[in-house]
Design a protein around this ligand. Sequence first.
Ligand code: CUK
Ligand code: CUA
Length: 663
Amino acid sequence: MKKNVLTRLFIAASVIGVLLFLMTCGKKEAGQVGNGDLKAIAEQRGLTPADLIAAAKTYVPTGKHDEYVMFSSGGHSGQVLVIGVPSMRLLKVLAVFTPEPWQGWGFSKETKDILKASYVDGKELTWGDTHHPALSETNGDYDGEFLFVNDKANARAAVIDLRDFETKQILKNPLSLSDHGGTFVTPNTEYVIEGGQYAMPWTGQYAPISKYKEQYRGMVTFWKFDRKKGRIIPEESFALELPPYWQDIADAGKKVSEGWIFMNSFNVELSTGGVEKGNPPFEAGASQLDMDYLHVIDLKKAEALFKAGKTKKINGFPVLTLDVAAKEGVLFFIPEPKSPHGADVTPDGNYIVVSGKLDPHATIYNFTKIKKAIDEKNFAGKDDYGVPIIAFDTAVETQIELGLGPLHTQFDPNGYAYTSLFLESAVARWTLGGPWTEKHGKEPWTLVDKISIHYNVGHIAVAEGDNVNPDGKYLVSLNKWAIDRFTGVGPLLPQNFQLIDISNPNGNMQLLYDMPIGIGEPHYAQIIKADKLKSWDVYPEIGWDPGTQSKSKYGIQAGEERIVRRGRTVEVWMTAVRSHYTPEHVEVRKGDRVIWHITNIERAKDATHGFALPYFNINLSLEPGETQSIEFVADKAGVYPFYCSEFCSALHLEMAGYFLVKP
Ligand code: CUK
Ligand code: CUA
């Protein structure tokens, strides 16, 4: 407390110094610029010197770009948010699991097919609960090529290509309807990890809750990623059967621990709830024991067993069963304190930080010690499923008391770790030990600073803060509650992203900015250096199909437009260019099946055209060069004006036509 007051005084003093400097030296040039006087404006708006410093640190003038880009989960929206850092400007909302009209996502045939492929037994899903976006990595560093994200609600994993920021693939997990430990990637993106959460019988099977221990199961799926194809290859992917503990967050090992996967769990009590029957509710039942299990998985060994055909097909998908995993030394457990959350591997790969949720400590496990115990078969017994247990003291490096409700941890280049404190509404900065002790010149494994946030932080994201080379500089606190931060917008409040300056390793953290998120509950985000992203300005060729990232067989050039009838099917090849469609009249008969391909033949950056067709529920976004198709039955006679739904030119309103359905 005392320290915070002193810190604030110190900041205020130095800021006043800066301002005095601004106001005195070169009066006109600095204090008085354009049509305003900085001091007068600050006074009028009630801004403190610290506010002005924060504003100066976050403001990005028109035409200038942000240094970093944050990919944040869009929570219930089933989408991903792209946000500039430090300006905290929303750049884009990437449609993933949910139809999105502006991008025509889920309206064209191509995008409908991607969504459909992820339905459970063909049953339509119109939302997703995105939790953990993961950027592709090369040698443990973000490479800016791909993004992955999971849908916790239905256990799905998606692949987004960062050349055009569009979703390319969505996979339904074949084993479970629940995931959480995903998506995370291995250091060269060989695998995309999707761990389960709520144990259940394999999808499609029934087992009474009384058979929980025998027939309910957890899982972790290793999706094989093919970078060249830009796709997950299901045929080269496999899963690991896990006991019905509720598996939680995972992380891939890196450097010394590359090839290993760490995943925490809760409910090793195998509590099955049923408060209405007089049983303890889950919240109590799953917190009875002092320890849950950190899962340690030897992915290389698991992969070798899969390739050697040691898996069993479940729902048509290869699964390494628990007995094989336990016997062959693929899976190990280490006790972790009560209801853990977060499993974050340090940049050097040697420590795994697990937080306590109900315990004020973060527990730091030492991979070298874990590996030694495994090599020497130094186990303290087995769990009920035959999985070897490594004793807590054998694997632990240390525990640090951080505060109330620690959850997630990220890192910076100065040897600091940052942990969110949910119950305390704060972010803790603490020192790593080992090779970093020299770097920060402080006592290792020690809490050094805390900053209050508003309120109840879940994840935090540091710039490149979970890869092998963290950048530090900025930390975004992804807060669950906003309470009094924004103008009232009814009882459902936005969530609050708070930007924090962590650039000074010898000073304190400084809160810079609040950004309301009114689209769902974002869980995790990753922040990448903006210059690592190499996005396309326009599609490489006219007639491009983003679904395959290659030329569409339906793409055409100007002059190739046509309407062809085959029996009751009418196929239309159309072009769009400022400011007309060709053709402008399309006439069919009631009951005809219509297949309609539209190519935007523009080569100019940002010359996007839309295609809106009433009654048939269609809107497309055709970016320069793109070809998209729609398919429907003209089931109602009438006249349907179609138009361009993107304001593309002065004569945009004239970019229209008539779809006529003859009785
Ligand atoms: S979880 Cu939400 S705050 Cu899904 Cu990563 Cu921890
Ligand atoms: Cu094309 Cu408006």
